[in-house]
Design a protein around this ligand. Structure first.
Ligand code: ZN
Length: 207
């Protein structure tokens, strides 16, 4: 059997199990999508949003890219944000990075990764801005992980500055923006930043 065929077989078994547990499971999901959360995470295969939060289909609207970035001219991410916040009316937007992130590691190297260089240029800048603090750490893993935390804070602040968030915050007390970091070694999420409206002024020093 090819590896992809196993996925299709597993899918059949999964769908059958869902219906066995709850005969209306798919009917319900087919008719309505009302998630409370938007998740902006890393594409890394070890950080699946639903699995690590023990949530079901229908509970989290998801966008993932390398190193969980919110870039001001990324039409893909901004469209997902607009749809989730304005149309689905999510209450929480979560940016979730993870320790040991390959995208963050790559940004710290003097090495070219082709097209990816263009994508991670913002993390390279962030590294330069915080170089003194980061390079003071002896252990390479610690250095990467500190930049991972800085990156999550930065992306949460980038989110807060988008037109979608600004116009929603002007009218409503939602969504709350969360910056989280997932630990591959223990499966636990650490909260590093929360921006709950009303946010009068963005504070770049928030920890
Ligand atoms: Zn990653």
């Amino acid at each position: 059997m090819h590896s992809f065929e196993k996925l299709l077989l597993e899918n059949k078994a999964w769908a059958a199990e869902r219906v066995q547990d709850d005969p209306t499971f798919f009917k319900r999901l087919e008719n309505i999508q009302k998630p409370e959360f938007l998740w902006i995470g890393c594409s890394d295969s070890r950080v699946p949003a639903n699995e690590i939060t023990n949530t079901l289909p229908g509970e989290i609207f998801v966008h993932r890219n390398i190193a969980n970035l919110v870039v001001e001219d990324d039409v893909n991410c901004l469209s997902v944000l607009e749809y989730a916040v304005v149309h689905l009316k999510v209450k929480h937007v979560i940016v979730c990075g993870h320790y040991g992130c390959g995208g963050v590691k790559a940004a710290m190297m003097d090495q070219s990764f082709g097209i990816i260089d263009k994508w991670i240029v913002g993390i390279k800048e962030l590294y330069n801005e915080n170089r003194e603090e980061i390079d003071a750490l002896e252990n390479e893993t610690d250095r990467v992980n500190l930049l991972v935390e800085h990156n999550v804070r930065k992306q949460a602040l980038n989110l807060a500055k988008t037109l979608t968030i600004q116009k929603t915050w002007a009218r409503e007390e939602r969504p709350t923006i969360h910056g989280w970091v997932y630990g591959l070694k223990d499966g636990l999420i650490k909260q590093v930043l929360t921006l709950a409206p009303p946010v009068k002024k963005l504070n770049y020093q928030i920890v």
